[in-house]
Design a protein. Structure first.
Lengths: 112, 115
C-alpha cells in the first residue's frame, strides 16, 4: 500500500526538550513538505525539500530543523527554541516540486 | 503575493440539501487550484484539482468545483449533502512555477450537517 506515514500520532514534550517527528513516504515522490496547523488557521509551511540533501525554509522555520538524507524520509525536529510548539503537524509529498500534494495523517504535539 | 480567502468560517446545512463553499484567490495568472477535506484529527484528503481545460471539475464523493477566472473564484459544490460530509474544507492555490512551486491554503470552512 503506497502512502505517507507519520509517527507518532501523539507526542508529549517537556519544555526545553527537542523532539523529532517522523515522516516516511513510499510513493517515490521527489518533494516533501512540513506544515503546522493551529485551530482556526490554515496550514503554514515550515520547511520543504525538492530533492535529497536539499531543503528550504518556509514561512515559519524558526525553531525547527529538518534533514533529507533519503528520498523517502523527511524528519522534522522541533527544538527548544520554538516558543509555542503545541500544534498539529502535517507532512506532505508531491511527485515533483509544484505538483499535487498528498498528506500524511499528522502528529499532534503537546508541550507540557 | 498569493493568497486564498475562504469567507465562510462555519456553515451548517441540512442533510440532503445542496452545498456551496466559497474560495477566492489573489494571483496574477491562472494558478493550480485544489480542494481538500479534513476530518478531525486526520490529514488532508484531496477532493479535486484544476490545472487547465474544462472549468468545471469533478472530484471524489460527489463534489465538483467551478473555476471562474473573472471572479478569481473556485467554489466547491455538492447537490445533496450526506452526514458523513461534516468536516473541515480547505481551498489551496499553488503547485505551479508561478507560485514558486508552493501551496497557499485558505483558513478553512467547517461544515456541520444536521439531520
Amino acid at each position: 500500500d503506497g502512502g505517507i506515514t507519520q509517527s507518532p500520532k501523539y507526542l508529549f514534550r517537556k519544555e526545553g526538550q527537542n523532539v523529532t517527528l517522523s515522516c516516511e513516504q513510499n510513493l517515490n515522490h521527489d518533494a516533501m513538505y512540513w506544515y503546522r496547523q493551529d485551530p482556526g488557521q490554515g496550514l503554514r509551511l515550515i520547511y520543504y525539500s525538492q530533492i535529497v540533501n536539499d531543503f528550504q525554509k518556509g514561512d515559519i522555520a524558526e525553531g525547527y530543523s529538518v534533514s533529507r538524507e533519503k528520498k523517502e524520509s523527511f524528519p522534522l525536529t522541533v527544538t527548544s527554541a520554538q516558543k509555542n510548539p503545541t500544534a498539529f503537524y502535517l507532512c506532505a509529498s508531491s511527485p515533483r516540486s509544484g505538483g499535487t500534494q498528498y498528506f500524511g495523517p499528522g502528529t499532534r504535539l503537546t508541550v507540557l | 503575493a498569493q493568497s486564498v480567502t475562504q469567507p465562510d468560517i462555519h456553515i451548517t446545512v441540512s442533510e440532503g440539501a445542496s452545498l456551496e463553499l466559497r474560495c477566492n484567490y489573489s494571483y496574477g495568472a491562472t494558478p493550480y487550484l485544489f480542494w481538500y477535506v479534513q476530518s478531525p484529527g486526520q490529514g488532508l484528503q484531496l477532493l479535486l484539482k484544476y490545472f487547465s481545460g474544462d472549468t468545471l471539475v469533478q472530484g471524489i464523493k460527489g463534489f465538483e468545483a467551478e473555476f471562474k477566472r473573472s471572479q478569481s473564484s473556485f467554489n466547491l459544490r455538492k447537490p445533496s449533502v450526506h452526514w458523513s460530509d461534516a468536516a473541515e474544507y480547505f481551498c489551496a492555490v499553488g503547485g505551479s512555477e508561478n507560485t514558486g512551486n508552493q501551496f497557499y491554503f485558505g483558513t478553512g470552512t467547517s461544515l456541520t450537517v444536521i439531520p
